[in-house]
Design a binder for this molecule. Structure first.
Ligand code: ZN
Ligand code: ZN
Length: 392
């Protein structure tokens, strides 16, 4: 008999356990690379269910489940970290840590993957290959890069990866799946423009860096609409501006910082144009500049075949009506992109929005809540994805 026939019932019997784990994690949020308690809980749970564990990145946990016969290695990935946010939502299992909160839903991700690991371990004989459960630290600040450097993709070598995010823009019960670019690359920039200070009443005797910055902040916006195809989204945002000490003194420098995000793979060209316009604008105004970039996230580009496979698994779990396949792209970043650059991967969204339950708040908001009724579906998606990829 097909072991997946009763999988919904099997998972629903674990719903109390699933929600119990999630609420405990929610009450005890830990920031990136400080997930000591959380990692310990994951480790103990996996070991109890017969899954070998090891550590990566200090607070990351890797669980290895070998199937009944040999085959490829599928990585399922969850993230452990919370955010420096003071929770304002009125829930009985509110965060007990001042100034810290699971405001992105990673407590849900971790609990779903723990229970999925338990279910898959019960049926390990039905799998050909290995599931590598990666509970990664510090998703909010590119923790993936660190654990990749530490070798998380090796021993055994990962052949493909799947990640999932609970997603408040989508209603509960819906699964967002699409091939191709899904989440933007983001590069942070720091730009200092050096001019010549002077009297506010005699700007002709100075080289005003504030005026130059004003021109520049407008000039670079043309890259998105006049230099690059607008159908390939590009976003340049200035989020920090620091200059001056008085209303009557022209400062000698201004510091700007922001990010450049691209939902396409020509991000390097965009940065080159940003620098060229900076250089020319500064030359025009007799100023000089220093510019540095740092990669926040790479482009998250979903693989066609992996996406197709997970789409089938989602239809088996929730019927074709559960799928949302359009308008899913966002200019936010996600560090799962680092894994997706190395192996065929897909990243999907699981809806949690229910207006009555007030679970439609934006991620990272202090009143963020998630609809726990969505969690069993997340477990089922993990289980069915592993079953499909590691089919004997
Ligand atoms: Zn987040
Ligand atoms: Zn997140």
């Amino acid at each position: 008999m097909d072991w997946l026939m009763n999988i919904k019932e099997e998972i629903s019997e674990l719903k109390d356990e699933l929600i119990g784990i999630r609420r405990d994690l929610h009450q005890h949020p830990e920031l990136g690379f400080e997930e000591h308690r959380t990692a310990g809980i994951v480790e103990t749970y996996l070991e109890k269910n017969g899954i070998k564990t090891s550590r990566v990145g200090g607070t990351g946990v890797v669980g290895l489940l070998e199937g009944g016969s040999p085959g490829p290695v599928l990585m399922l990935r969850s993230d452990l970290d919370a955010l420096p946010v003071q929770e304002t939502a009125d829930v009985s299992f509110k965060s007990t840590v001042d100034g810290k909160m699971h405001a992105c839903g990673h407590d849900g991700h971790t609990s779903m993957m723990m229970v999925a690991a338990k279910v898959l371990a019960r049926h390990r004989e039905e799998l050909s290959g290995t599931v590598k459960f990666v509970f990664q630290p510090n998703e909010e600040d590119a923790g993936a890069d660190i654990i990749i450097e530490e070798g998380v993709m090796e021993n055994p070598k990962v052949d493909a990866a799947v990640g999932m995010h609970l997603w408040s823009p989508l209603p509960t019960g819906k699964v967002g799946i699409t091939a191709g670019p899904l989440m933007a690359s983001s590069y942070y920039f720091w730009l200092t423009i050096h001019g010549k200070g002077g009297h506010g009443g005699a700007p002709h005797l100075s080289k005003d860096p504030v005026y130059c910055a004003n021109q520049l902040m407008n000039a670079v916006q043309s890259i998105q609409t006049r230099e690059h195809d607008v159908l390939e989204p590009t976003l340049i945002t200035f989020c920090q501006v620091n200059a001056g000490s008085s209303p009557i003194i022209i400062p000698d420098k201004i510091q700007l910082a922001g990010s450049i995000r691209c939902l396409h793979d020509k991000d390097e060209q965009i940065r080159e144009r940003f620098e060229a316009i900076t250089a020319q604008t500064c030359a025009l105004h007799g100023t000089t500049y220093e510019l540095t970039f740092k990669c926040g996230n790479e482009l998250l580009d979903n693989d066609m075949e992996m996406t197709k496979m997970v789409r089938e698994a989602a239809i088996d779990a929730g019927g074709a009506n559960c799928l949302i396949e359009n308008n899913l792209q966002v200019m936010l970043g996600e560090d799962f992109a680092a894994f997706a650059k190395l192996v065929p991967s897909t990243f999907i969204f699981l809806g949690i929005a229910d207006e009555e339950k007030e679970t439609n708040m934006p991620h990272h908001h202090p009143a963020f809540k998630l609809d726990e009724d969505a969690l069993p579906m997340g477990v089922e998606l993990h289980v069915r994805t592993a079953a499909a990829y590691l089919k004997p």
